[in-house]
Design a protein around this ligand. Structure first.
Ligand SMILES: N[C@@H](CCC(=O)N[C@@H](CS)C(=O)NCC(=O)O)C(=O)O
Length: 206
C-alpha cells in the first residue's frame, strides 16, 4: 500500500475535495495542517519545495509530490481504480466533471466566499454581481449535469462529486442559494459514511 500524506486546511475547499476522495476510497493517509492565512514564507520548507505556489492541497504519494486538486483526484482514480476510475467511461466522466468544475463553479464560488470574507475589499465594482450571474448559470447546469442520478458519477460518488462538493458545501458562506436538485445532492453527500466536517479532515495542530 502507498504511503499517503495530505497537506491541507479545513477552510480550503480544494483540499477538502481530496480529503473526501481519500475517505470515500478508504485510502489510509496522514494529514499535515498548513496555515493558508499565514505568510507563505512561514510554511514548512519541505512543503514549499514540493508545492510550487506553497498552496494546498499537496498529496505526497510514496515521497512524490502531487499538486492541483483536479490532477490529484485523477491520479487517485486512475492509480487506485476508484471513484469512477474502475472503468474508462467512469474516468472520462470524471475528467469532464473536473474540467467543468474548475472552469465554472470552482471559479465563482471561492471568489464569492472570499468577497464576503473581506467585505468586498479589493474586488472591482461589478465583480461580485458578475460572479453571481455566473453562479446562476452554473446552478442550472449543475441540475442538467446531474440529470436525475443520485450522484454525478452514477449510483455512487466519484471524483466529479468530490470536486463539485469542494465549494458547494459553502453556498451560504458565498451568499448564494442552491437549487432544490443541488440541495438534495448536498444532503446525499452529507449523508455519506465517509463524510466528515472539514476540521476533522484537517485537525489543527495541538
Ligand atoms: N488550483 C489549485 C488551487 C489551490 C488553492 O487555491 N489553494 C489555496 C487554498 S483554497 C491556498 O493554498 N492558499 C494559500 C496561499 O495562496 O497562500 C487547486 O485546485 O489545487
Amino acid at each position: 500500500m502507498s504511503d499517503l500524506v495530505l497537506y491541507g486546511h479545513p477552510e480550503s475547499g480544494h483540499a477538502c475535495k481530496v480529503a473526501l476522495a481519500l475517505s470515500i476510497a478508504g485510502l489510509a493517509h496522514r494529514t499535515v495542517w498548513i496555515d493558508i492565512w499565514a505568510d507563505p514564507a512561514s510554511r514548512p520548507a519541505n512543503f514549499r519545495t514540493w508545492s510550487p505556489f506553497a498552496e494546498v492541497p499537496l498529496l505526497m504519494i510514496d515521497g512524490e509530490p502531487y499538486v492541483q486538486s483536479g490532477a490529484i483526484l485523477l491520479e487517485l482514480a486512475s492509480r487506485y481504480r476508484c471513484l469512477g476510475g474502475e472503468t474508462l467511461a467512469g474516468l472520462r466522466r470524471g475528467r469532464e466533471l473536473l474540467m467543468w468544475e474548475a472552469n465554472r463553479i470552482g471559479m465563482c464560488l471561492p471568489q464569492l466566499e472570499d468577497a464576503r470574507r473581506v467585505q468586498g475589499h479589493g474586488f472591482p465594482p461589478g465583480a461580485v454581481e458578475w460572479l453571481r450571474m455566473r453562479y446562476a448559470v452554473d446552478r442550472e447546469r449543475f441540475d442538467a449535469l446531474l440529470g436525475g442520478a443520485s450522484f454525478f458519477q452514477g449510483d455512487n460518488p466519484g471524483i466529479g462529486d468530490c470536486a463539485i462538493w469542494g465549494y458547494t458545501q459553502w453556498l451560504a458562506e458565498a451568499g448564494v442559494e442552491p437549487s432544490p436538485v443541488m440541495q438534495a445532492w448536498l444532503d446525499r453527500m452529507q449523508g455519506l459514511a465517509a463524510m466528515k466536517p472539514p476540521a476533522v479532515f484537517f485537525p489543527a495542530p495541538e
